[in-house]
Ligand binder design. Sequence first.
Ligand code: NAD
Length: 479
Amino acid sequence: MEQVQLLIDGTFVDGEDHRWIEVLDPSSEEVIGRAAEASPGDVDRAVEAAHRTFPTWSQTPPSARAAVLRKAAALASSRLDELARLLTLEQGKPLKEAKGEIRASIDALEYYAEEARRIYGETIPTDQANRRSIVIRQPVGPVAAIGPWNYPVLLLCWKVAPALAAGCTMVAKPPSVTPLAVTRFLACLIEAGLPAGALNVVLGPGRTVGERLVRHPLIRKIGFTGETRTGETIMKAAAEGMKRISLELGGHCPLLVFPDADVEAAAKAAAYRAFRNMGQICNAVNRIYVHRALHDRFVEAMVEETRRLRIGRGIDDLDLGPMTTREGLEKTMDHIEEARAKGARVVYGGHRPAGASFEKGYFLVPAVLVNVDHSMKVTREETFGPVAPVMTFDTFEEAIGLANDTPYGLVAYVFTNDLKTALLAAERLEAGTVGINNVAGGEVPFPYGGWKESGLGVELSHHGLEEYLLLKHIRIEFK
Ligand code: NAD
């Protein structure tokens, strides 16, 4: 039985109420571990520790902050297999994907270790001969970092790494569904020599522990990834005390296939990005628009690609594992049924896989749907499951209009070999990221942020570091 505790002021402790959260293996529905649940008093103590440590950590020289991040990255690398196994067990993703997530999290620590030494200021010319103006960047203060269960280690690292590099102290709240690997990963920072109190970890439900954390008056900034509705709640809470926020929220990402595209390559990419991690990704392909002339070829190729995907326990390391939660599975089945009732045709999947090994667990065969329209939930709400609805278009304008017909604006994908189509589509699509002839995910050197209801602010790159810094103008006058 795996177990993680809270981390408060440099010490791992049980919650003061001695309550525990059970952690399930989604491929067997069996309890595999538990996590200590924080009380309101535990949250307060964690925030107070972050507040107390802020003067020390923020004044630690950048190279020393960088050294801690680098050492933590080395420790996590030495534990890669163990961390990945734990992540697979609690989240369900295949082992190679879990390893990829841990490696990307290590990359975030290393990248922001480098950036810690590049927090530059500026000088601005003045009209007065006896004045000088300099602008410096300083850490915003104690940060609350809150993440979801689909990439629990990576998405917290995308906050922890820049915040600590900037000189902020923190209280992190991993998700209750998948608290194990991320808490063990964060422990590497403590072992690497982070001062006690600079990074605290509290665990527990969003509505109690999360709310207490974001409403705490000593928190100066909230970094959050999760659902759009939760993001709205957090934004309202942050208004009290005027806390800074960056919000990475839901998505409903379109993929457009123009008449000149390589249709097989587009179908292969679409199947990968729609179904990877069982569609439980903010940048999953959620709606596919194919030029009418290519529709049948595309659907045939997409079904072929989907048929090839092997499903099994994450630990068996095939292509797809189970979904992470029963609620997620039920929501996905409901979206498929609603679309079917409104006239969509399920050309592949959408049912539980057959066989004794799938009697337990949240398994689902990925679904490809045709005859879809924008009245259906699969095109309007974030399914967060392995469903790929395919629709058609006739003109460029129609394709752009359909793609932008959503309150979300996270990522859009375009397949075309025509330079003009590629550039004009990239400019017209309402999204923080546009992929042309690729479906690559977020990578640490490049800014990643949502437009419209997909978020506020950016993560990753040097822009992501700015989210944890405040500008200060220092005006100097002399005689
Ligand atoms: P969620 O919003 O339910 O929960 C996210 C985190 O917030 C959890 O740790 C939860 O405990 C906490 N929380 C919930 N209510 C809270 C509150 N009132 N105050 C403070 N904290 C609270 O999201 P989820 O189901 O864990 O994750 C899936 C969602 O995350 C999807 O919508 C997905 O698109 C989104 N997501 C976005 C990105 C991105 O970069 N834009 C990346 C991954 C996932």
